[in-house]
Design a protein around this ligand. Structure first.
Ligand code: HEC
Length: 165
């Protein structure tokens, strides 16, 4: 046993060297997620066209509606309102598009497919407690949903512009 110890040591060292040679690429440190690295990454992977397309669509009503539906379903934790954050699922995924249409109408935007009568009732009973019956956010406690450009859309726009520079 004593005699084989040095051989055992050599074998261990060799195995370690082999492991290192084979898996070195895996262990390479990931680049930090800075804007510049991210921009490089998306250029290499061709997603930059997707971002250009998204930027072009950002002002459309369709995009806005999708954003509102998304917030209803998944919540929002992007800002710093006195009212805190918004959880997802206050309304069912089925009702979310109707409510989104009603939110659009609150600021005089016509929703393409007319919202059903119960949408107003859903909004009043589920959303108005925080965002107000008029959608204006109870004097700054919650986001004003009648703003020309919602905060989340503004934020996304400046993100995309920054990344694509
Ligand atoms: C309990 C209070 C509360 C309720 C109920 C609520 N929200 Fe919110 N909502 C918030 C808060 C707080 C935020 C901001 C959270 C953040 O920091 O991102 C928010 C954010 C939003 C935003 C994003 C605003 C922007 O400018 O980007 C939309 C859209 C929205 N809510 C729609 C709704 C709708 C529609 C309903 C009803 C289904 C609803 N909310 C129900 C509290 C609420």
């Amino acid at each position: 046993m004593q005699k084989s110890l040095p051989y055992l040591a050599i074998i261990i060292v060799l195995l370690y060297a082999l492991y290192n040679a084979k898996f070195r690429h895996v262990k390479k440190k990931a680049e930090p997620k800075t804007d510049t690295n991210y921009a490089k990454h998306i250029k290499e992977h061709g997603t930059v066209t997707h971002m250009q397309e998204e930027l072009a669509k950002l002002q459309t009503q369709q995009y806005l509606k999708k954003y509102i539906i998304d917030v209803i379903n998944h919540g929002s934790a992007q800002f710093d309102f006195p009212g805190g954050q918004m959880e997802g699922g206050f309304a069912s995924a089925n009702d979310a598009p109707k409510i989104a249409c009603y939110v659009l109408e609150l600021s005089g935007k016509q929703c393409k497919e007319p919202y059903p009568k119960d949408a107003a009732m859903f909004y009043s009973s589920i959303c108005a407690g925080c965002h107000g019956e008029d959608g204006k956010g109870l004097n700054g406690s919650y986001p004003d949903l009648t703003k020309d450009k919602l905060l989340g859309i503004q934020k996304r726009e400046s993100f995309l512009k920054r990344i694509m520079k």
